[in-house]
Design a binder for this molecule. Sequence first.
Ligand code: PMV
Length: 317
Amino acid sequence: MNAASAPGKLILVGEHAVVYRRPAIAVPLNDLRAVVEATELPSGSGLIINALDLGRRFALPDAPDDPLTALANNLLVHLAAAPPDMELTITSTIPIAGGMGSGAAVATALVRALSQFLGKPLPGDDVAALVYRSEQRLHGTPSGIDNTVIAYNQPIWFVRNAAPPNHIEPLHIAARLTLLIGDTGVRSATRLPVGDLRRRYDTDPAHYEALFDAVGTLASDARAALAAGDLLALGPVLSANHDVLQQLGVSSPALDALVSAARGAGALGAKLSGAGWGGVMLALVTPEQVGPVRDALLAAGATQVLQTTVAPTTSPR
Ligand code: PMV
């Protein structure tokens, strides 16, 4: 048996504006992972995909429109390999359509497990490119930040370029971050708020360009605060990002209620994370604030509250 895994991710600053080429910051979420196990099957069995959490098990040619089938097919073409006799079993602790990169993580683990099984492990850039194509199928114009942070498995500063390659830098974080993740329990596909914002953008580009510029400035401010290990400066930047996301029309009453509750309970900062309209928000807290902020999030309707930390990184070159 061969197994591969990939982490979930959180966008700290800059979702949506990143699609319009403003910088964004994302971190891997190693507490939540997608795992794909590759098991050899008797000759003639073909390639079987077993998505355990979704209760779906199918042979490769049987579901040609399924994104996982398309991904596996693209990978086999890329490796110039015939479908092997094997079963790919997928499990994941990352909530689906929750803003934590579950689709990109499953895709990354699948590409790694299948390529390793075939004895042709791929470099990270190839994995990220294949996963990007699969994300395109799911939501049209992905910025590429999800597949990149998951493939790199480290905090990144990301700017989408007009043509590949994108600008990707490992990020210097000088202090440990403690984050609480509040889940609205509402599942919303990424392409819905992304598409809605695109339609509104097309009616008034100048208005939205100004909001995206504001997010870009906040991303730079966050980067400076992270490099200085200044969490008291970082918190208000995250909160200000949420206020712009509200103006971009991608928040929701449930997300706003959780963000207000976290701020009211003393969190250093709070914002929605990911595509919005549902999914999760994050709160930056001190270790002492974990209890009161968690209680406030649950009282405000969070269906679950996860705690994670982002470890300091070494100073870049
Ligand atoms: O909700 P997620 O994890 O799919 O994050 C989407 C991030 C966006 O900036 C809204 C879209 C993108 O492609 O970057």
